[in-house]
Ligand binder design. Structure first.
Ligand code: ATP
Length: 120
C-alpha cells in the first residue's frame, strides 16, 4: 500500500471525523462536548476538573466512532439477520452506554460544587 505523508494522514483522519457528523448520536455527543466547554469557561473549572470533563467527553465520542465502525463492518459482512451480528452490535453499543453513564456520573460529581459557589 502507498505510504502517505503525515499531513495526508491527518487529512484522512479529519475527513473521518467530519463524516461522523452524519451520525445522529455523534452529533448529540458533540453538542454535549460544546455545552461542557461552555460550562468549563463560564464556571471557571480547575485544570484538573476541566481535564476530567474533556477526557470523558472525548472517550464517549471515540467510543461512538468505534461503535459506528463496528456497525459498518457488520453490515458489510452480513446484510441479513444474524444472532452473532446482533451480539456484536449490542455489546459495541453497550461500550458507548457505559462511558455515557460514566460521563453523567463525572458531571454529577464535578459541577455541583461550582454551581453552589455561583449561587452563594
Ligand atoms: N444483521 C443483524 N442481525 C441481527 N440483529 C441486528 C442486525 N443488525 C442490527 N441488529 C439489531 O438491531 C439493533 C440496531 O442496529 P443498527 O445497526 O440499526 O444500530 P443502531 O443501534 O440503531 O445504531 P445507529 O443509530 O447508529 O444506526 C442492533 O443493536 C441489533 O440488536
Amino acid at each position: 500500500m502507498k505510504r502517505h505523508s503525515i499531513f495526508q494522514s491527518f487529512r484522512f483522519a479529519f475527513n473521518g471525523l467530519r463524516s461522523m457528523f452524519r451520525e445522529r448520536n455523534f452529533r448529540i455527543e458533540f453538542a454535549a462536548l460544546l455545552i461542557n466547554l461552555a460550562l468549563i469557561f463560564l464556571l471557571e473549572l480547575s485544570p484538573q476538573d476541566s481535564a476530567m470533563i474533556l477526557l470523558i467527553c472525548a472517550a464517549v465520542l471515540s467510543a461512538e466512532i468505534f461503535n459506528t465502525a463496528i456497525e459498518k463492518i457488520c453490515d458489510f459482512i452480513q446484510p441479513n439477520q444474524d444472532a452473532r451480528i446482533k451480539f456484536i452490535k449490542d455489546i459495541s453499543a453497550g461500550a458507548v452506554l457505559l462511558l455515557a453513564f460514566a460521563a453523567i456520573a463525572a458531571a454529577i460529581l464535578i459541577y455541583p460544587k461550582y454551581l453552589s459557589l455561583l449561587f452563594s
